[in-house]
Structures are given as C-alpha cells and as structure tokens.
Design a protein around this ligand. Structure first.
Ligand SMILES: Nc1nc2c(c(=O)[nH]1)N[C@H]1C(S)=C(S)[C@@H](COP(=O)(O)O)O[C@H]1N2
Ligand SMILES: [Mo]
Length: 360
C-alpha cells in the first residue's frame, strides 16, 4: 500500500465519505460527544491538500498595515496563545435534507464538530503589524488552489475568505496551530489555519499563508459567488457573504429508522448551537411538531461551542412510526424556521429536521 493510501485509512476511520478526491468526509453525528476527536472531525476541502512543512511555512501580513510582517512557525509559537473549544459547521451542513435534491456535496447532519483549538489571536498579529486607518477587511488566503467548474472560477484561484476588521479583532478569531492538543493534521490545515468562532466553516481558512488588510470590501470567488446568499433589502436581493452560524439543534439519538421500545423511557440526545449567541433552550417533539416539550441542557454554556441536551421520552405503548424533532432558541431570541428559505440557496440550512423512528 502506498504511503498516501495507508494515511487515508488511518485518518479516515469512522468517517462517512462524501467525496474521495478532494477529501470530503462527514462525522457520523450519532457518535456525538462534548468534543469531537480529530480523527472523527468532518473534513471539507475544495482542492488537494497542500503539503507544507512547518519549517518552510511563513505567514505574510500585508496590505493596509504600518509594518508588513513575515512570521515563521517558530515566531508564531512564541506569541501569546489561547485554547478554547470552538464549533465549526459547514454552511452546507444538512444539504441532504433539502427537497428537491440540491446540487453540491450532500452533507447530512455531520458536517459539524467542536474541537479544542490552540492559537494566537489574530488581533495580536494585527496589532504588531499596525492596521492603518480606513482599513475595512482582512483577507485570509490558503495555500491550496485550483480551478472550479461550477460555477466557473476565473482560472486558478486560491481558497480565500475575508472578515470585516471588527470581527477580525475579536478574541474568538485565532491563528490556530493545535487541534485537541496536537499539531493540526494535514486535512485540518497543517501547519496553521484560521479559526473564526461563531461563523460558518468557510471563514476558518486552512493552510493559511497570507493575511491581507484592505481598504475596500473583498469580493472574491468564495466571498461573493460561493458561500453567498440572497439578502433582501426590501424586495431587492443582493448576493451577500454567508457569515454567522444560525441557531440549530440536531438529534444524535435516536438515529433515522432506529427501533425504539414501546412503553419504555428513551433518552433522546443531541447538541444545539448558535453562532454569536448562546443557546437559551431546546424543545423536542415526538409527534411531528404538533406538541413540544422543553429538553434539559447539559453542562455549562461555552461561547462558540455546542451545548449538549437530552430529553427523557416516555415512549407510548402504541407501536408504529413516530416523528422526532428538535428545535433550539438562542439568547437573541432567534429560533429555527419550519422550512428552508430558498434565498439562502443551499447554505445556512437550519430548519428543524425530522427523525422518523419505529416504536415496536
Ligand atoms: N484553505 C482552505 N480552507 C478551508 C477550506 C478549503 O477548502 N481550503 N474549506 C472551508 C470550509 S467550506 C469548511 S466547512 C472548513 C472545514 O474545516 P475542516 O475540514 O477542518 O472541518 O474549512 C474551511 N477552510
Ligand atoms: Mo464549508
């Protein structure tokens, strides 16, 4: 077996393959726990993984800054770092639930995970470089690149996304070099990636090599065409970058079509999250959304991570098909919609899903 093939087997155990090349792998959400182990964490890549050696890696900080910087891996490791659990959810998570069937990778519920990330706050690096007055955006560029067929890219493009300066300066934006206590793996962005707490995964650029501060808003391929949705100003729809994670609860147990024992108690279990706010509550329905009951939240609320919850279901004695649903509300008062809004295209899919089980 080639080295690449054996590496594939070792690091992909337990993941659902949505695409082999480039690797797009889904976490089996039924395996939910407080922290997702690295080898079970979903992988979302658009291009082949670039092979970068830590000793060859540099991060260039340029654009609207007083002092351009070129940092080595050792330079970064010497800077003050923080460690925190942060959730990443792909903006296309749940796409398999859309009707009619959507184009693109058909993620079910496992393009999401919470890992513990260690890194230097981007603000520390930007302060070192000195952001000039009038700067508005901070662009992250990854080392990976290629051509995209649909929609057609302007030739070869790097994977690039931007943050408005105000978000870039927030403490939940890290230049991360460790995941769950170990160096990043090649799939997850070795040696250094961005981690943008509260935003969908596309903002957390992997294999990060360039940070460019700009005086005008960035409108690149992955910013304005892909990972963009139709935002309406009154009736006028405008393609706008996907940013903040929408409130959502997902059910880990029961699994689809699971056999549930009649007349017994069953522990419904799942996770809930919301990008830049906290989960206020989760409700569960076992009758296809006709009635809802409060589900206890477990543990403490941790900003930018998910919150586990459970619901003790007194399973009826009447056998047959039951539709189990969960929905979350956040502290800003947002709750999940009943249907997907087509203005969101195939992103930000947070309507309440149904898990049909067999009570027997
Ligand atoms: N350089 C680069 N960064 C990237 C991507 C990519 O293809 N290239 N994919 C993005 C998307 S869409 C998501 S959802 C997350 C997934 O991170 P993960 O693969 O570590 O789970 O990485 C983001 N960062
Ligand atoms: Mo994504």
């Amino acid at each position: 077996m080639s080295e690449a093939a054996s590496m594939f087997n070792a690091s992909r155990a337990g993941l659902i393959i949505r695409e082999k090349q480039p690797a797009n792998l889904e976490f089996p959400f039924a395996s939910l726990g407080p922290v997702t182990p690295t080898n079970e964490f979903f992988v979302r890549t658009h291009f082949p993984v670039p092979a970068i050696r830590a000793r060859d890696w540099t991060l260039t900080v340029d654009g609207e800054v007083e002092r351009g910087l070129v940092l080595t891996y050792d330079d970064l490791l010497r800077m003050p770092a923080t460690t925190a659990p942060v959730l990443l959810e792909c903006a296309g998570n749940g796409r398999a639930q859309l009707v009619p069937k959507a184009k693109g990778l058909l993620w079910d519920t496992g393009a999401v995970g919470t890992a513990e990330w260690t890194g230097v706050p981007l603000s520390v690096v930007l302060e070192k470089a000195g952001v000039k007055k009038g700067a508005v955006d901070v662009i992250f560029q990854g080392a990976d690149k290629g051509e995209v067929d649909d929609p057609k890219s302007p030739g070869v493009v790097h994977f690039e996304r931007s943050l408005p300066l105000a978000k870039a300066m927030r403490p939940e934006v890290l230049l991360a070099y460790r995941m769950n206590g170990k160096d990043l793996t090649p799939d997850h962005g070795f040696p250094v990636r961005a981690i943008v707490g509260g935003w969908y995964g596309m903002a957390s650029v992997k294999w990060l090599t360039h940070v460019t501060v700009t005086a005008t808003p960035f409108e690149g391929f992955w910013q304005s065409l892909e990972y963009a949705y139709w935002k309406r100003d009154r009736e006028r729809p405008t393609l706008t970058a996907v940013t903040e994670v929408q409130v959502k609860a997902q059910i880990a147990r029961p699994a689809l079509a699971e056999a549930v024992q009649a007349g017994k108690s069953y522990r419904v279990f799942g996770a809930a999250w919301s990008g830049e706010s906290d989960v206020a509550g989760v409700e569960v329905s076992t009758d296809a959304g006709k009635t809802w009951s409060e589900a206890p939240l477990l543990g403490d609320s941790v900003p930018f991570a998910w919150r586990l919850w459970e619901f003790p279901w007194d399973v009826p004695k009447t056998t047959g098909r039951y539709k189990v649903m969960a929905r979350a509300t956040d502290t800003k008062g947002h709750t999940q919609p009943e249907k997907h809004d087509s203005d969101r295209r195939t992103y930000m899919i947070n309507f309440a899903f149904t898990v049909e089980v067999e009570v027997m």
